[in-house]
Design a protein around this ligand. Sequence first.
Ligand SMILES: Cc1cc2nc3c(=O)[nH]c(=O)nc-3n(C[C@H](O)[C@H](O)[C@H](O)COP(=O)(O)OP(=O)(O)OC[C@H]3O[C@@H](n4cnc5c(N)ncnc54)[C@H](O)[C@@H]3O)c2cc1C
Length: 569
Amino acid sequence: LSDAAGTLYETDVLIIGAGAGGLFAALSAKRNGPPGTRVILLDTATVGRAGHTVFSNAGTIVAMPDDDLEAVVQEIVVGNDGIADQYLVHDVLFESFDRVRDLEELGVEVLKEKNGGYARSATRGLDQTRKIFPMGGGLEMAWKLRQGLEALGVTFLNRFFVTGLMKAGGDRVVGAVGVSARTGAFAAIRARVTIVATNSVTFRPGFARDITGTGTLLAYEAGATLRNAEFSYARPGTPNFYFEGITDAVQDGAHWTNQHGERFMLQYEPEWGDEADVPRVSRAMALEHQKHNDPLYLDMSGIPESTRAGYMENKVPWMALFYKKLGEEARTNMFGRTPYYPMNQMTKMGVRTDRACRSDIPGLLVAGLAQAGCANHFAGFHLTMANGTGWIAGRTAVEELESTPVPKLDRTEIASFQAELNATVDASAAESSDQLLRKVQTVMLACDVALWKSAKRLQDALVVIRELAAEAETLRAPHAHEYVRLVETKAMITAAQIVLEASLFRTESRLAHLREDYDFRDDDDWLAWVDVTQNDGRPRLSKTAIPTPLCDVRATTASPIKRVVKGAL
Ligand SMILES: Cc1cc2nc3c(=O)[nH]c(=O)nc-3n(C[C@H](O)[C@H](O)[C@H](O)COP(=O)(O)OP(=O)(O)OC[C@H]3O[C@@H](n4cnc5c(N)ncnc54)[C@H](O)[C@@H]3O)c2cc1C
C-alpha cells in the first residue's frame, strides 16, 4: 500500500485473536508447518496478556491416556443436551493430554499431588471427567505460550483491531484489514490462510474483561455460517465480588433465598434444590423476578467458620489480590446475604466448521470459543476446546498452504474498508458508544429476554435492537479508541439480532435456551443446530440435524440430567 493508504503485511498464516485458541493455533502452525512458515498472531490487546484466557483459572478438562475416553466424550456430549459436534469433541479430548505436555515443555507448571501425579478435580455437572490446573492460571499459561512463540519466530501485532476480512472479489478469504487500536493507523494483511480466534460475543456484562469477540461477526459478513446463537453461558452473578465457588458453597450449607427468606429452589427443582446446575438456578431466579420476589440471595451465613478461609483464597494471583484488596468487606459480603442476579455472561454463538476447523469459506478457519463445537462448556471445557481447536486449526492451516498460492489483493476492496474508517472517524464527534451499549445491555441482559424467553418478549426486544442498529449508523468516533468501541458495539447489535431471531426459531427449551412458551425439551424436532447466514444484509435461519455417530443423546428422563459433584467449582 502507499504510505497514505497504510501498511501492508504479508504472511502465510494470519491468526486473529491471541487467547488460548490463537496462541495454540500459532504454536501448531509453527510446529506442524515446514521451516520458514510465516505466522502473524495479532490482538487488540498485547499478545500474552489478552483475552478471557489470561483472566481464567485455567482449570482444564483433560482425558489422560489411562482414562476411559469414550465415557468422557459421552458425558460431555450428553451434558451438552446433544448440541455438540461429536467428532470434534472426541478429537479435542483425544489430543488433550498432548496439549498439557505442550504447556509443560514451555515451562508451565501443572499442579501435582505429593506422589507426583497430576492433581485432578471434578467439575460441576460431570461425573467421570476431571480437570488439571496450570499453576498461575491463564495469565502464566498465556505468557509462557507467548515466550515459546517468540522463540519459534511468530510475528506479533499488538494493539491491532481487525475490522474486515478481505476476499478480493472472489470466494476465498485472503487476509484482513484493521487499525492500530492506539493510533488508528490503517493496515492490510495479506494471508494465504486466516484463522479467526476472537472468542464469542459478550454484551459486556462485567465478566472480568471488557472485551467482546467480534471475529465471529466478521466471518459472518464474509459469508460463514453461525450457530448456537440461542445459547449462552448463564449463571448467577453478584456485582460485589468475583466468585467461582457457588457449587462448593451450596454443598457446605449455603442456600438460595428470596427477599422473604424463602428457599425458592425447592419449588422449581424439587429433585436438586439448591444443588441444581447454574442455568437451572438462573431460570428459577428469573421466575422469582417475575413474581417480584427479588432481591435474591446466596445466603452463605450457614457455612461453618472453620471452612470460610478457603473461600477467600485463590491460586490465581489477580483473584487473590482482588480479595486481599476488598479485605474484611469481602468477608462481610460473602458470608452475609449477598444479592445475586441471573446473568448472561456470554453468547455461545460461534462459526460452523468441519472437524478440521474449516469454515464454509475457503481460506478461513476458526479456533477457540469463536468456533461452534458445543453449546455448554462446563467449568473447564472452555479451555479444552480453545486449546484443542487452536491446535487443529493451526495444523489444517499449514496443510492448506500446500495447495494455496499467494493471493492477489483487490485495491478497490481495501480502499472501501479504508473509506468506511475515514467516514466513521470525525474529531469533532462526541464519544457515544457507551450510551449505545447501555441501551443494548438494557435489552440483552434483561433476564426475561436473555434467560427466560417468550415469543412476545423476544419480538419486542428485536424491535428495539433494530432501532438501535439504525441509531448506530448515525454515530461517529472522535479517535481510534472510540472507533474500536463503536465497531464492537455495532457487532454486538448485529449479534443481538441473530441471538433474538435464533431464540425465536428454536421452539423448545434446552441448556440455557429457556422458553416460557415452550418449556420442554423436544428431541424429535430439535436435535438440530440453528444455522444463520447473511442474506441481503439480514440473518437467514435454517435447521441442520445433528449427526450422532458416537453417542446417543436423546433424553431418557423429562428432568434435566445434571449431577453436582463435591469439590467442583
Ligand atoms: C474469570 C474467568 C475465569 C475462567 N476460568 C476458566 C477455567 O478455569 N477453565 C476454563 O476452561 N475456562 C475458564 N474461563 C473461560 C475461558 O477463559 C475462555 O472461554 C477461553 O479462554 C476462551 O479462549 P479464546 O481464545 O476463544 O478467547 P479469548 O481468550 O477471549 O481471546 C480472544 C481474543 O480475541 C481478541 N479480539 C477480539 N476481537 C478482535 C478483533 N476484531 N481484532 C483483534 N483481536 C480481537 C480479544 O482481544 C481477545 O484477546 C474463564 C473465563 C474467565 C473470564
